[in-house]
Design a protein around this ligand. Structure first.
Ligand code: 26V
Length: 832
């Protein structure tokens, strides 16, 4: 489906200096001046914290001038531009740390190092103090952050739009093996990267009434108005002077409550303030209460309205009219969370700018496109009509009208298929299940979009065969695939400088601009000296991780071991539990025969479980229980260790991934939309043990399937087994090794004899096993034995690792964004 195309720089402002080298002297001088000025303001002298702040603010100042020239260039583009300005709307952006990326992009790393050398401080120590901007949950949010990096690198006129949450995802603390959630107030030290834009404020309304005037124009009088104020976060390119912008909205109470304040009604004035503040408190408020759900819908509406008002104002400023808005702008919905966008854009165009329905709809459907990121039906958002009536009455009107127009057209094309009409309607009438009427957000996104895409080839296929089958029948041409990618700047060049230098030595430095160049490594895969050098780099990275494991967990691991790593959100479909079952079975085998020649392994798991997801929390606890028993068993020694690194984050991933020998990508086939961790590991020379799922498939195709450890049922076999009636017990009864593992958990071997602790988890496996762990166990264990065998052959392992790296060039987010431009965001994509 995909034709690989080399990333094209869309702008031509190459800086004189390559990012790998130093910056031009004038830039260094400007940096040093700003740095000195900022540092002088520290009341405690040049502490690491003060250096962090001063360096960040100095970089920000330099980036701000690049921001101004980027905006000036973009504003001049006019209607002849073939690439539309992209507005990437996402509830999540998992940016991680910013300083080392900014220094690398500006070519200032060595300039700062030189300054620090004079004071005896290390750059690493300074960088370590920066908190992660963890304004996201997982893959979807990190993908958005990688995309911003590529927007900058490719010079794409663009804005990322999000919310400026005060608390990002929770901090995970482990107490007696159990996950506790703590608030992560990442703004405590006033993030130095943000640029408040005090001139950019928009009012967002909620509730109230609508009246229609004699001319038929709708006037919405909201009951409550909240002001959105912009904060920009600048993301630099590495090989040009372009930057990308992440614009995050902060809610502030509109002056309306001032009246209450003047009348002495302070509690009403304060309440108004609190209601506004709540919008920015947390990412994904607990949705177990009505208040929590209302708040989430409000967040979505707030993000969408502020962003689109900003877009409309900019378009009017640049073009003086709105007719061309859809030809000059793309509005991209990162999953359904911003799916109110079509309703809000229609409202702005019609109610605020007097446009007629047909023209407004044409513009809206030109502009909007939508990416789906999961097939899990429970993630398909719907909101009760009742909540719309209370919060977004005008949007509800518009959604009804969109639905009406859509269903009229549908009935013409598919007469006498009322079942189809009710399945695709934007409103779930609740007939089948006797519940209240709800708005289907994915349907709204689909109806309004000219393009809809999945995030890996298999996912895009399954998307049109399953959750969106009806819509694919109505608009087959709308559905596309754009396989994910990750930014090699952060995930290879910065995370793994030693490997990057090794690659430079083998194939030159061009891969730093165009990752497809990595394919040149395959010609060197059999080069024994390069293989040895690769193993030495890997070993150095493993030493760093081993030190961290010793420091944080008190567990001593040997770097001669195979580092076997699974890091991602904890979820049943990702099957961390299958990993644990293998670890237990290996433990039992070692105890049976401690004298055998075992390949030593360190199994590392990290990830957060959603706070209300009990099964995921139980898996976290089991990992700790099993680790405690194995790590302290003298019969085992270095042959096997299991560690759980707490509080998984972008930064933790950056330090773990370069040290991996083996990457665990073991989701039930058909469940992981793409995965992006799989790509980060591959680029860093880890081999993958994985199912035929998500982007693993395309990775195997690019590197050659013989270079990946593929196991398990494929998606079609999974579907078939399920449809025939899957009985997990049959697998347990036929496999003594598996039975012994399950028995050990049930008997309390890892829970001090407590047979209740994992009863729910085991019963679920034996009775339902919705993700087919029992069916895949035997093949998984057999494939792990093949991993061991190859690991003994050090040169053979190194050769495979080099072939993995060579095959990963296609998985740069630069390639992904180039494809989005070609298929979704170009002007051309509107014509066919
Ligand atoms: C859904 C919901 C439902 C309501 C509450 C909070 C919440 C948060 C997120 C989601 C959707 C999550 C979808 C997601 O993260 N998908 C991941 O997207 C990655 C980037 O495309 C992809 O690599 C992963 O395979 C996929 O799981």
């Amino acid at each position: 489906m995909n034709t690989p195309s080399a990333p094209v720089a869309l702008s031509s402002t190459d800086s004189a200096e390559p990012a790998a080298g130093g910056a031009a002297p004038a830039l260094v001088a400007a940096f040093e001046a700003a740095y000195a000025r900022e540092l002088a303001q520290s009341s405690h002298g040049p502490t690491a914290q003060a250096v962090l702040n001063a360096a960040s603010l100095a970089c920000r100042e330099l980036l701000a001038s690049r921001w101004a020239s980027t905006q000036a260039q973009d504003a001049k583009r006019g209607l002849k531009a073939t690439v539309r300005r992209v507005h990437y709307l996402s509830m999540e952006f998992l940016m991680g740390r910013a300083l080392s990326n900014a220094l690398a992009a500006l070519g200032l790393t060595s300039a700062l190092e030189a300054k620090l050398a004079a004071t005896g401080q290390s750059l690493g120590e300074v960088l370590e103090r920066e908190p992660d901007a963890a304004l996201g949950n997982g893959g979807l949010g990190r993908l958005a952050a990688c995309f911003l990096d590529s927007f900058a690198e490719l010079g794409l006129p663009s804005f990322g739009y999000g919310l400026r949450y005060r608390y990002g995802t929770f901090a995970q603390v482990i107490q007696q093996g159990r996950q506790l959630e703590q608030p992560d107030d990442w703004t405590r030290d006033t993030p130095p990267w943000e640029m408040p834009r005090f001139d950019l404020r928009f009012k967002v309304g909620f509730g109230g009434r609508i009246h229609v005037d004699a001319a038929g124009v709708h006037h919405w009088e909201p009951a409550e108005e909240i002001e959105a104020q912009a904060y920009d976060f600048i993301v630099p390119a590495h090989h040009t002077e372009r930057v990308a912008t992440l614009r995050q909205w902060q809610a502030t109470a509109a002056p309306i409550a001032f009246g209450a304040f003047c009348q002495g009604d302070y509690s009403r004035a304060a309440r108004h303030q609190v209601l506004a503040d709540a919008i920015n408190w947390v990412l994904y408020p607990d949705d177990s209460t009505e208040e929590g759900r209302m708040l989430r819908l409000k967040q979505e509406a707030f993000l969408v309205s502020a962003s689109l008002q900003d877009l409309v104002a900019r378009h009017l400023r640049e073009f003086g009219e709105l007719q061309s808005l859809g030809r000059a702008n793309a509005i991209h919905l990162n999953d359904t969370h911003p799916a109110l966008a079509p309703a809000e854009l229609m409202r702005l165009l019609m109610d605020e700018h007097g446009m007629a329905w047909a023209e407004a709809w044409k513009i809206t459907s030109q502009a909007i496109a939508y990416t789906n990121h999961t097939l899990m039906p429970e993630a398909l958002e719907t909101w009760p009509v009742r909540m719309f009536e209370v919060l977004l009455p005008r949007h509800l009107d518009i959604i009804y009208r969109i639905n009406h127009e859509f269903l009229v057209e549908l009935r013409q094309r598919f007469p006498d298929d009322e079942a189809l009409a009710s399945r695709v309607s934007l409103i779930d009438e609740g007939w089948g299940h006797g519940s209240e009427r709800r708005v289907r957000m994915a349907s709204l996104a689909l109806v309004a979009s000219h393009r809809v895409n999945g995030v890996a080839a298999l996912h895009s296929e399954l998307m049109v065969q399953t959750i969106f089958a009806d819509y694919a029948k109505v608009w087959p041409e709308r559905f596309h695939n754009v396989t994910n990618g990750v930014t090699p700047r952060r995930w290879l060049q910065q995370a793994n400088p030693k490997l990057s230098a090794l690659i430079d030595g083998a194939i030159g430095t061009e891969w730093r601009r165009d990752l497809a160049e990595l394919s040149k490594l395959s010609a060197h895969a059999k080069d024994g000296a390069l293989g040895d050098a690769f193993l030495a780099v890997k070993r150095a990275n493993k030493e760093r991780l081993a030190e961290r494991i010793r420091r944080d967990l008190g567990v001593v691991v040997s770097v001669d071991s195979l580092f076997d790593i699974q890091i991602k959100r904890i979820h049943e479909y990702k099957r961390q539990l299958l990993n644990l079952l293998h670890v237990i079975s290996r433990y039992q085998a070692i105890c049976d025969n401690p004298g055998a020649d075992w390949v030593p392994r360190v199994v590392v798991i990290a990830g957060k479980a959603a706070s209300a997801y009990q099964m995921a929390k139980s898996i976290v606890r089991l990992a700790h229980d099993v680790g405690r028993v194995i790590n302290s068993d003298p019969r085992v020694g270095n042959k096997l260790k299991l560690v759980f690194l707490p509080n998984y984050s972008v930064t933790l991933a950056e330090s773990i991934i370069p040290a991996a020998d083996l990457s665990e990508q073991i989701s039930t086939a058909g469940t992981e939309a793409s995965g992006t961790g799989n790509m980060k590991f591959g680029m860093n020379g880890a081999l993958t043990i994985g199912t035929w799922d998500g982007a693993n498939i395309e990775m195997a195709e690019h590197m050659g399937p013989e270079n990946m450890f593929v196991f398990g049922l494929r998606a079609d076999a999974v579907a078939k087994i399920k449809s025939l009636g899957y009985d997990p017990r049959l697998y347990v009864e036929q496999n003594a090794q598996l039975k012994r593992v399950i028995d050990a958990i049930s008997q309390g071997d890892f829970s001090h004899g407590d047979t209740e602790r994992y009863r729910g988890l085991v019963d679920n496996l034996l009775e339902r096993d919705p993700y087919l762990l029992m069916a895949d166990f035997a093949d998984y264990v057999a494939t792990q034995a093949k991993v061991d065998a190859l690991f003994r052959d050090r040169r053979g392992w190194a050769e495979r690792a080099l072939r993995n790296i060579a095959g990963m060039g296609w998985f740069s987010s630069d390639r992904t964004i180039t494809e989005y431009v070609d298929r979704v965001w170009s002007l051309d994509s509107l014509n066919h």
